[in-house]
Design a protein around this ligand. Structure first.
Ligand code: NOJ
Length: 740
């Protein structure tokens, strides 16, 4: 075992600084490499490259082994490289996007996906994943909704904890990855939903809503934290000592590594807090940032700053030690290749067990938003189906952050239906364009070239439309596979209009007008405004970007082989102008309901309801549950507990899984509290016709909240309790929290 202090003592200053610099693949290999950020010439010498401590987004056992071999050959002290990668929701076996995973309401399912993602990526030579993303998001305009598990702090906290546990589960046996929780912090709340924009959050909200998932990650042993691009209190997080030192190190006792997001150190210059690269370097380093990702600031700046006494050698050593410690923990000093081989990678990736998990997970994450006239499910053997739409036969259903996904391995909806439906019963056509113009999407990275995508010509468009109308008229059921282009959600994909494109809406209306029954199946990465299509179709299935087995999971659901259980973890707005709309808002002094004021002077819109079209927690199943008989212990005393029980009855002939949700409202507190806050949920299986009493226990832990100084407050008084199947349809009770 390498003695790290002894190793550190032998290191030159350049060697130390190198450990704090991260570069991407093009510095190590001649062929074109994956880049998932802006391209810039860095102005870094070959000598710096030879000392670098970590590599960004190079994967594959053969490649990582080769880079490691070359590096060690030239490394005086034989300090291995760390390979870090964006393994966000799968490496080769691509799971549903995180927003879809959020709809499972099943942290253990997410844990399993992370275990598998880590196994596959570790077999391909990765050591660290830039995941989980713990950003709370309330604004569907922000493209990175797709990477979040949603708008609720309680759910997100559980998911983040499960993800860290999953990624790191097999760290010791070389089959796990170190997790890097991101983006610390507030990144999910950019003003106007515009990516990379300013964030204005109160400290109270930071403590109550935005910090807890990060703290949970750290408590779960997360090895790294990535800083976000945005400012907090006007100070970019990457150079914010209050966040990186006072909070992370002093208060939360985080021992691991901090890393800047891509180019964020140099971005301190356009932020307007640093005059040049050297000042950016000093600000970030002295704020507590360990690794500079993809800028020359640390590489060129740390040495002169040290000489000028503007940074301390002790701090430098401490940061370097943290990097070395992770290398040691990963076993890299013993085996810099961490047991990888191209054969091992091939054996591990796409393992049938992994694909099974992907199908099951997608099945649990799909949310049925509407189902009328008994449209779904239907027997595929005896139904004449018209499958129409730009996603009818399109494998591009991974979403943006599946950077190592191979869409050639993805089953399309058409192919999945062909496995279940007799040939004569299925007719398929594209029907209409996904987008009329693709140029505005730009380029994201090597795996995301969209150069082959083009809009239909006018003649093709009319032919497709006619064919689709013919197929629709003759079918018993039409499946319309529509949605966003995968490049419309994700990083740098903010949008102001959340409707489906107008030509898709018009097409849906035309088809629905001639079809006997229409099911709208949506592939997208964020909540959409569906107000203009909701009434013209019989059923809506929100598939999200469901991953490699997503199409088969969809067929499982629409054919009745699986009873859907997904519940929204983010509200679907009624209109663009409502955004951000989220369930756990404050009541205001002039609430739209339960106010004495005359209607004009309430907190509401003149032209749109306050409520979203589909609320947080909502989703339909093939069975039907009703809740009744809410019972609540009337009093909670310190150290005690309140029992809340409700009877759940399945009045249908189908067995199913139901998610019972418990919300609280603190009626009078020293700080205004949300009208509703999710505090517990449970998933139960209900046999056909069965009833079950479901109980929850509430303790003082569920009642506290943070003030703006980060102190936790626990206050006596009345609490309202709500139990329901979603956040808008609730049974209500109450209890008092009192001294005795
Ligand atoms: C920028 C993104 O914000 C971050 O999420 C990602 O991990 C890094 N680039 C590295 O690719």
């Amino acid at each position: 075992m390498t003695h790290l202090h002894a190793l550190l003592a032998q290191m030159t200053l350049d060697e130390k600084i190198g450990q704090l610099v991260q570069l991407s693949g093009e510095f190590f290999l001649d062929e074109p490499q994956l880049t998932v950020g802006p391209k810039a010439r860095l102005g870094i010498t070959q000598e710096v490259v030879s000392h670098v401590g970590s590599v960004l987004n190079v994967s594959g056992a053969a490649k990582t082994r080769e880079i490691q071999r070359q590096h060690l050959e030239n490394s005086r002290l034989k300090i291995p490289l760390l390979f870090m990668a964006d393994v966000i929701y799968g490496y080769r076996t691509i799971f549903p996007i995180p927003l879809a995973l959020g709809c499972t309401w099943e942290p253990s399912q997410i844990r399993q996906c992370c275990v598998v993602a880590a196994k596959e990526a570790a077999s391909a030579g990765s050591h660290v994943t830039f995941a989980p993303m713990a950003d709370l998001v309330r604004d569907a305009r922000w493209g990175r909704c797709m990477e979040s598990t949603g708008e609720d702090v309680f759910l997100n906290t559980q998911y983040v904890r499960a993800s860290v546990e999953g990624f790191q589960q097999n760290l010791a046996t070389q089959q796990g990855l170190a997790a890097c929780v991101k983006h610390f912090v507030g990144y999910g709340a950019p003003v106007g939903g515009r990516d990379y924009n300013t964030v204005e959050l109160s400290h109270q909200s930071l403590f109550d809503d935005y910090f807890p998932p990060f703290l949970a990650a750290i408590e779960a042993g997360c090895e790294m934290v990535m800083t976000s691009f945005n400012t907090v209190d006007g100070i970019p997080v990457t150079a914010n000592p209050w966040l990186l030192k006072t909070l992370l190190r002093d208060r939360w006792h985080f021992q691991g590594i901090t890393i800047a997001d891509y180019a964020a150190v140099k971005e301190l210059i356009p932020h307007g807090v640093a005059a040049d690269e050297q000042e950016a370097c000093a600000l970030a380093f002295n704020a507590g940032l360990d690794i500079d990702m993809k800028t020359p600031c640390y590489a060129n700046g740390l040495k002169p700053l040290l000489a000028a006494g503007k940074i301390s050698e002790r701090a430098l050593d401490a940061a370097v030690l943290r990097v070395l410690r992770l290398k040691q923990k990963l076993g890299l000093f013993e085996d810099p290749y961490r047991g990888t081989s191209p054969e091992g990678e091939q054996r591990c990736c796409y393992h049938p067990d992994h694909l099974r998990l992907a199908r099951e997970t997608a099945g649990k994450s799909i949310v049925v938003l509407k189902n009328e006239r008994q449209t779904l499910p239907f027997p595929p053997e005896t139904t004449r189906i018209a499958l129409i739409g730009p996603y009818a036969d399109n494998p591009d259903i991974f979403g943006l952050w599946a950077v190592y996904g191979e869409k050639s391995r993805c089953t399309t909806l058409k192919a999945a239906l062909q496995e279940a439906v007799p040939a004569g019963n299925l007719r398929v056509t594209q029907g209409c364009d996904l987008l009329l113009d693709y140029d505005f999407l730009g380029e994201f990275g090597a795996t995301h070239q969209i150069d082959q995508t083009r809009a239909l010509s006018d003649t093709e468009r009319e032919q497709e439309r006619q064919r689709a109308l013919d197929f629709a008229r003759e079918a018993d059921i039409v499946l319309l596979a529509m949605g966003e282009h995968m490049m419309q959600s994700g990083e740098a994909a903010s949008r102001t209009d959340l409707h489906l494109p107008r030509h898709q809406v018009a097409f849906i209306q035309q088809i629905a007008a001639v079809a006997k029954k229409t099911v709208l199946i949506l592939f997208n990465g964020r909540p959409l405004v569906l107000t203009d299509v909701v009434d013209c179709v019989d059923a809506i299935v929100e598939a999200w970007f469901p991953g490699i087995e997503g199409s088969r999971a969809l067929v499982d659901i629409i054919s009745g082989a699986r009873n859907p259980s997904g519940r929204l973890s983010m509200s679907f707005p009624y209109a663009n102008g409502q955004v951000p709309v989220y369930y756990n808002a404050l009541n205001t002094g002039r609430p739209a309901q339960r106010s004495d004021h005359s209607p004009r002077f309430l907190s509401k819109y003149l032209d749109c309801p306050n409520a979203p079209l589909f609320p947080f927690g909502f989703g339909l199943s093939w069975h039907h549950t009703t809740l009744s008989t809410l019972r609540v212990t009337p009093k909670l005393v310190p150290g005690g507990r309140v029992t809340v029980s409700v009877t759940a009855s399945n009045s249908s002939h189908t067995a199913g899984c139901e998610t019972i949700q418990l919300y609280l409202n603190d009626c009078v507190a020293s700080i205004a509290r949300p009208a509703l806050q999710l505090k517990a949920f449970t998933r139960i299986s209900l046999a056909a016709g069965a009833s079950q009493v479901v109980s929850f226990e509430i303790t003082e832990n569920d009642l506290g909240f943070y003030d703006a100084e980060g102190e936790r407050r626990l206050e006596y008084g009345r609490f309202r309790v709500f139990v329901g199947l979603n956040s808008a349809d609730l049974l209500e009770g109450e209890f008092y929290y009192a001294e005795s």
